[in-house]
Design a protein around this ligand. Structure first.
Ligand SMILES: [Zn+2]
Length: 71
């Protein structure tokens, strides 16, 4: 997976970020709509500590969302 480096908040220009894990009782997972099964990935978010904007939301292992044969 490519590494993404965020240097500046696109909303306020701030340069301070915190990595968070989206936590909301079972809906904090992404699941492919068209695929059957229980594949899911936890959602993480990068938050600007200067203005509170969620600058990026992402999963750490996107391959998990693909069917086994496409990984
Ligand atoms: Zn900001």
């Amino acid at each position: 997976m490519k590494e993404v480096k965020i240097e500046k908040c696109p909303f306020c220009g701030g340069e301070n970020f915190i990595e968070t894990k989206v936590n909301s009782y079972g809906s904090s997972y992404l699941r492919p709509l068209k695929k059957k099964g229980l594949r899911s990935a936890t959602l993480f978010a990068t938050v600007c500590t200067d203005c509170g904007s969620v600058v990026r939301t992402y999963v750490r292992s996107p391959q998990k969302l693909l069917p086994k044969k496409e990984r």
